[in-house]
Ligand binder design. Structure first.
Ligand code: UD1
Ligand code: MG
Length: 438
């Protein structure tokens, strides 16, 4: 059995942000939640070390949440977790590695050494990234030198510490007590324990993994942007492998929990926030923004559409340009093709919502619901003042302001009657001094 400790209490000062570093999101999920998910298949994380309960609570993550109120370094953070470690072995993972997956941890879990850690080799272009350097001599591990403390010759070494370790629990506390403060930063480094263990003759295994991108640590906003880019590519590739067509993958932005079936088509510049499910044959046209919604089979959304707030579009629905749909269900084959707002509305099947229809769901204090039946026709530029029921088969004349319920199969007209004065225009033109040639 192995326990897992996640270190997430760092100040994150290099982010220059008021948001704790590990709560910044990658593909819509907090960095630390990515780490919790990736370790969960080898062993559920049982301790997360945080700086405050604002970052994580036991109720939220289901694991022990330990506070490290003064950020004295990674060794100090692990020290806080020691009383909660029950198994003979413990895996320690830095909480700022959102691209890690369970596969990357497999080899580490199998190691029989007293201490094992994952190292990776950086390509030349990333050589200046300030990771801890793994120093070896004649193929044997010597120590890890933090970038801030490293000599120029050590900085040229491309093998870095990824921040993922496995310790025999019985040795860990002893090693931690021997760590001395870094002169450069005043912190106690967990990485020091490895050099100490080496000098004491313990067995140390370097588990090398070539997938350096997966161990990308987020320390700055630039690192966060890089992590987002790598994660987006991963998610895009997963969906393209499943038969989703993306006309320009680089401009399609997805979330960690996006679900799409094969034969979905995504045009250019589409963003999906969290909670989006799209069934096969749907097309999401350019410049659309979707979040928290279910899009049925063979629907057409956009261009320039916004769908959100637990909305559901059934099979064959069309939501066209400049249409916003919030908290709304559109039944099979219903259409809202141009410039409309549908909020907190239920629309039956085969109903047409005309251009410029606005559902007034908010009265400044409360939100109200609107029901529109099947086979109804809502004419263009209609204002529907909720709460409201429009029956099935009803017709609403264009330009109406509807404040009262409309029965099934009724025709409602709620607009000022038109009056026409024959030749009235002529008189007006004359007054203005303009003569009309007949
Ligand atoms: C750390 C490693 C470095 C490695 C790199 C990999 C140390 C000293 N260095 O450097 O060798 O190459 O990760 O990404 O461990 N944390 C706490 N309490 C603290 C300080 C940090 O919980 O007092 C947490 C942070 O929230 C973070 C993790 O520990 O999740 C690593 O800390 P960070 O400051 O990011 O260390 P790096 O400089 O990236
Ligand atoms: Mg880091």
């Amino acid at each position: 059995m192995v326990d897992v400790v996640i270190l997430a209490a760092g100040r994150g000062s290099r982010m220059c942000s008021s948001v704790p570093k590990v709560l910044h999101k990658v593909a819509g999920l907090a960095i630390v939640d990515h780490v919790i998910r990736s370790v969960s298949s080898i062993a559920p994380a049982n301790v997360v070390v945080v700086a405050s309960e604002a970052v994580m609570t036991r109720e939220y993550c289901g694991c022990e949440v330990v506070l490290q109120s003064a950020q004295n370094g990674t060794a100090d953070a692990v020290m806080r977790a020691i009383p909660y470690i029950r198994s003979e072995e413990v895996i320690i993972v830095c909480g700022d590695l959102p691209l890690l997956t369970a596969e990357h941890l497999e080899e580490l879990t199998n190691s029989k050494a007293d201490i094992a850690f994952i190292a990776t080799e950086l390509p030349c272009r990333l050589m200046r990234m300030p990771y801890g350097r793994v120093i070896t001599k004649d193929g044997r591990f010597v120590k890890i030198v933090e970038y801030a403390d490293a000599a120029d010759s050590d900085k040229k070494c491309g093998v870095i510490n990824t921040g993922i370790y496995k310790f025999k629990t019985s040795l860990l506390a002893e090693m931690l007590r021997k760590v001395e403060k870094s002169e450069a930063t005043g912190e106690y480094y967990l990485t020091e324990t490895l050099g100490i263990a080496q000098r004491l003759g313990m067995t140390i295994s370097i588990v090398e993994n070539g997938d350096y991108e997966a161990f990308h640590g987020v320390n700055t906003m630039k690192d966060l942007a890089i992590a987002e880019g790598i994660m987006q590519n991963r998610i895009r590739n997963t969906f393209m492998d499943l038969g989703v067509r993306m006309l320009n993958p680089e401009s399609t932005f997805l979330s960690y929990d996006t679900e799409m079936e094969s034969d979905v088509t995504i045009e250019q510049n589409v963003v999906m926030g969290t909670g989006v499910k799209i069934r096969g044959g749907a097309i999401i046209k350019a410049f659309s923004y979707l979040e928290d919604c279910e899009i049925g089979a063979n629907t057409s959304v956009g261009p320039f559409a916004r769908i959100r707030g637990s909305s559901r579009l059934e099979r064959g629905v069309t939501v066209g340009n400049f249409v916003e749909v919030k908290g709304t269900m559109l039944g099979e084959n219903s259409k809202a093709k141009h410039m409309a707002y549908l909020g907190d509305t239920y629309v039956g099947s085969n109903t047409n919502i005309g251009a410029g229809t606005i559902v007034c769901n908010y009265d400044g204090v409360n939100k109200h619901k609107t029901n529109i039946g099947a086979n109804a026709f809502v004419g263009s530029n209609t204002t529907l003042i909720a709460p409201l029921n429009i029956g099935s088969g009803a017709i609403i004349a264009a330009g109406s302001v509807i404040t009262e319920n409309v029965e099934n199969n009724s025709l409602a007209i709620a607009r000022t009657a038109q009056s026409v004065m024959p030749n009235g225009a002529e008189k007006v033109w004359a007054k203005k001094g303009k003569h009309i040639i007949k």
